[in-house]
Design a binder for this molecule. Structure first.
Ligand code: CTP
Length: 401
């Protein structure tokens, strides 16, 4: 379940493009996230994918005909438009975009789009030359000017066999936009939260680095959760294999020193800093400009201490640290909290295989500087992120008041 999607009514408009198959995946991810998805298909969309396929995924009737006596729309043709929290048209063909720009209402989808007060996302999918056509560009501009969010299209392989711009964006990108729009008035709206993620890399020479096992998953989950709750979110991240979260300001860094500079910059206008990054405590004293050669049987590396980013971040800001420990969890975490002047510390036992590095779940203790302790069971990192942000929200409110 994704809290920002829970019980939200989303109308998924599907128009006639070969990319219809990707809309099945989107319908599935939205439904899994807890949304109630009403699929509205154009007649040509039903030539690519059957309504049965969408109905099987969403467990809701699929609307294809304005005059179908079985359909809710035939009774009250603006019913879907009124109950929708958000409409997303994916894939949107050049023809359906033109109809939207003109304000036509000659099928269930265009009728719903005209009648709704909810935000609308349009994800175009078409041949590259069609997309570049001035008529399509003008129509998209009209929609944009009216407040519609246009997502994509992507560049790449097209159904015609050519390369070009016209591919429907992938599901995670659409999910990011949907979540950001639905969450924009959430309980963190109006605040800026800086999150750090990943393991810093400290170069030894042009080919080698010293790093650690951090996957970045916890930090990315925190950034997405903060965005879903309406915060302006800045993610300062060391290299990871994770894609950039949508609607989050992503700042890429490599070393601890770079991370320090970017965290300082971002926190100058922020109300909270959540340091989920695994910052290298030491870096090679000298990074060799040339690749080191193995010219002796042993070698000694001289390391120098990195600055402590959390300790050095000062100002009226809520500071949250993470403590990855292999023994004396609570005691070590409490000492770290005091030493670094934190408001909150999230401690996990890295020797526990279920919550160690790279895992999708985490079992943590959240300790507050006032002695409060929350001992959470094993849960997905997304859920941990929300529990941490609940505390951050309360701390930010206390700081303000
Ligand atoms: N941290 C930091 N700057 C550093 C090292 C750590 O801001 N140079 C932050 C981490 O992002 C984390 C918290 O401090 O939120 C605790 O990190 P951890 O590595 O557990 O603690 P250390 O201070 O490095 O202590 P030790 O390695 O001795 O346990």
């Amino acid at each position: 379940m994704i809290p920002v999607l829970d019980k939200k009514h989303i109308v998924l408009g599907v128009t006639g493009s070969i990319a219809c198959y990707k809309a099945l995946d989107l319908a599935s991810k939205l439904t899994q996230g807890g949304a109630l998805v009403d699929v509205v298909m154009t007649q040509s969309a039903t030539r690519f994918v059957t309504p049965l396929a969408f109905g099987g995924i969403t467990h809701q009737p699929v609307v294809i005909d304005l005059f179908d006596p079985q359909s809710e729309l035939s009774v009250e043709h603006v019913a879907l438009a009124e109950r929708a929290d958000l409409l997303v048209v994916a894939p949107a063909t050049a023809n359906s975009i033109a109809k939207m720009a003109l304000g036509l209402a000659d099928d269930p989808l265009t009728t719903t789009l005209l009648a709704t007060m909810a935000p609308v996302i349009v994800a175009p999918a078409m041949d590259g030359h069609m997309y570049e056509n001035a008529a399509v560009q003008e129509n998209l501009k009209k929609l944009r000017d009216r407040g519609v969010t246009i997502v994509g299209p992507d560049e790449g392989y097209l159904a015609s066999g050519k390369m070009g711009k016209g591919r429907l964006v992938e599901t995670p990108e659409l999910m990011g936009h949907i979540r950001a729009i639905l969450g924009k008035d959430g309980d963190l709206a109006g605040s800026t939260i800086v999150v750090s993620a990943g393991g810093t890399q400290e170069p030894l020479d042009p080919a080698r680095i010293i790093t650690n096992q951090s996957s970045g998953k916890m930090g990315y989950a925190l950034a997405e959760a903060a965005r879903d709750r309406g915060a302006r979110t800045v993610l300062v991240t060391a290299p990871t294999s994770l894609p950039d979260p949508v609607a989050v300001e992503v700042v890429r860094v490599q070393t601890a020193l770079e991370m320090r500079d970017q965290v300082f910059k971002a926190t100058a206008n922020a109300q909270a800093l959540v340091m989920a990054a695994a910052v290298a405590d030491y870096r090679p004293r000298l990074a060799s400009p040339q690749k080191l050669k193995k010219d002796s049987d042993s070698m000694t590396l001289e390391l120098t201490r990195n600055p402590d980013i959390l300790t050095e971040t000062t100002g009226p800001i809520v500071k949250v640290g993470f403590a990855a420990e292999s023994q004396d969890l609570a005691q070590n975490a409490r000492e770290k909290m005091a030493r670094k002047g934190l408001d909150l510390i999230v401690a996990n036992d890295i020797t526990d295989p279920e919550s160690g590095f790279g895992s999708d779940s985490n079992k943590v203790l959240i300790l507050g500087k006032n002695g409060q302790v929350e001992d959470l069971p094993l849960m997905p990192k997304e859920a941990v992120a929300h529990r941490v942000l609940d505390r951050v929200r309360d701390l930010m409110a206390a700081e303000k008041g």
